[in-house]
Design a protein around this ligand. Sequence first.
Ligand SMILES: [Zn+2]
Length: 436
Amino acid sequence: MRKKIMMIIALVLTFTMLWGTGAVYAAQVGRQDYNQVQQQIEQEKEKLKQGKAEEQSLAQEIQGLETKISAVENQVAALQSQISDTEGKIAVAKEELKQAQESIDSQDTNLNLRLRTMYKNGSIGFLDVLLGSGSISEFISNIDMVQKVHASDKEVLADLKDDYKVVKEKKEELDRLQSQLSSQKQREAEKQAQLTANKSEVSKKKANVAASNEARQDNIQDLNAEADHIMAIIQEEERKAREREERERKEREERERQQKQQQQQAQNGNNNSNGNSGNSTGGDSGGSSDNSSDKGDSSSGGSSGGGFTWPVPGHTRISSNYGWRICPFHGREKHTGIDIPAPYGTSVKAADSGTVIYAGYLGSYGNAVIIRHSSTLYTLYAHNSSLVVGSGKKVSRGQTVAKIGSTGSSTGNHLHFEVRKGGNSYGNDVNPWNYL
Ligand SMILES: [Zn+2]
């Protein structure tokens, strides 16, 4: 917006210097602008509605993810408690295993001790038994008893070994269960991390949508203010126009009265006022051109009768159209023409025959040409790399007047083509599509 205002100031100053008229360009807005803004408000409201719906659905998506996350969290917690439980059982099993091993070891020791006593020092043992026995039958019975004791010891040892095996298997099973639970917990934790990442992504998206909704809401507010502003200007302009009409009506009546008086007095000499498209019309902006600003130029427009020829033949793409647009940096801007991209140096043609009233540097417009087609109709060609015609030259329809470039406020090679219309010396911008 600020850029636009600067451009307007530059333009007003330039035109003031060129023609000595100080009409305020910025105030020249009309009902068409008002309707465009209203239309834009409707469009923005529709987009806001869509944005709000999107925000709503993202909020629902987040809620769904949160439900899933808490379910997975519960699952992880349950697995953790199972893992702790299993760890407790493993500890008990370890203890049992240790005790079983100790029992085996001590029984083993006992057995070895007795065997040593009986067999390792066999002769002495045998002699002891022999000497300690009162008779052969007692001796035999004693030997038998020793063997029985030995057999019983071996049996106990075998039982203990069986017990050990059972405990060991139990512990192995618990270990397997533990590792199974751990990997299950690992999987759930991964799932949880994934869901959390999803949620953060959706949250980010939702924040973006919310921000753009808010910006849109601000924009609608701005547009409404703009519409009010335009309406105020329109009403003020209409009031001025009524005053002007009234004044002009009085002046006309006065002139007619004087003319009649002169005609009556004498009828010598004939005053021809034949200014077709020369420079002479500029100075005299009498009542005739001011009154009929609607149809005034179609009769004097020259060969075309309203239909301009395309200013950049072979290049029909429009990169920016005429009308209000929203600039992310400057807010709302009115684009006063159409932008037609074309390669550097491409010929720019006069849309219709006329007189070049300006050819030179013109602030944000860069190297610009302005052609007057009638006392109320002008075309402007901006951002040129070079100018082919000079000020004051008459040009025909389709004649090359400049070469495409990117001078002034421009970011790439294109023609900014503007149509201007009105009773004052350079007119106001109007929709070029009504003339092309
Ligand atoms: Zn432009």
